[in-house]
Design a binder for this molecule. Structure first.
Ligand SMILES: O=C(CO)[C@H](O)[C@H](O)COP(=O)(O)O
Ligand SMILES: [Fe+2]
Length: 216
């Protein structure tokens, strides 16, 4: 069984609370919250106030916050106070990675690191023992609805083998172009968590889409 983290970037922002409740009721164990700053990626999404508002209405949800921003250290406290359950930032950001991990931990939050398609998973080695989650991007970050890049699969395999070799505990998440065709390959390669935006919110029956992905 896979954990499903629907990317609410593809939800209807006019009824965001209702869309979140629907996928949670369907069995999604997390909400994937994509933060984009228009600098780290060429797009702007939503930030702290929207998370705060969602958390107020759905306080028990797990907020899987994916920070596609250049300066995650600067915003850690604000997002964590707003309700982030997991602070998931990029290895390619401009801040000191260890200092950011330490700050997130000191704020009592789970911590994850994400790699873009051009980054090898071996670059995560200094941090793997400290992480709750590693996210492998299977598209260039910035936009939903892109095509899955199969190069993510070997990264998942390596990270799974490395977790076993180290006795580490991080969960493996994959994000970008995950749908009914690509999700089984991701699970086979070692993904514990499937992020899916358009495959869930673009489906005729989003609840059924969550249930199908969760059954893999
Ligand atoms: O981080 C992201 C984009 O940068 C999104 O989480 C991701 O693209 C999800 O959308 P889809 O499932 O439609 O590909
Ligand atoms: Fe994401």
């Amino acid at each position: 069984m896979a954990i499903v983290s629907p990317s609410i970037l593809s939800a209807d922002f006019g009824k965001l609370g209702a869309d979140c409740r629907m996928v949670l009721d369907a069995g999604a164990q997390m909400l994937h919250y994509d933060v984009m700053d228009g600098h780290f990626v060429p797009n702007i999404s939503f930030g702290v106030p929207v998370l705060k508002s969602l958390h107020k209405n759905l306080p028990d949800a797990f907020y899987d916050v994916h920070l596609m921003i250049s300066h995650p250290l600067q915003y850690a406290e604000a997002f964590i106070k707003a309700g982030a359950t997991l602070y998931n930032f990029h290895l390619e950001c401009e801040d000191d990675i260890q200092a950011t991990i330490d700050a997130v931990r000191a704020l009592g939050c789970k911590v994850g690191l994400t790699i873009k398609p051009g980054t090898e998973p071996q670059a995560l080695a200094p941090y793997l023992d400290q992480l709750d989650l590693v996210l492998v991007m299977s598209v260039e970050p910035g936009f939903g609805g892109q095509k899955f890049m199969p190069s993510a699969l070997d990264k998942l395999r390596w990270l799974k083998a490395e977790r076993e070799a180290r006795g580490a505990h991080y969960l493996l998440e994959v994000d970008g172009g995950v749908d009914n065709a690509t999700a089984p390959q991701c699970v086979e390669a070692g993904a514990d968590i499937l992020v899916a935006g358009s495959a869930v919110f673009g489906a005729a029956d989003p609840a059924a889409a969550v249930q199908h992905l969760a059954s893999l």
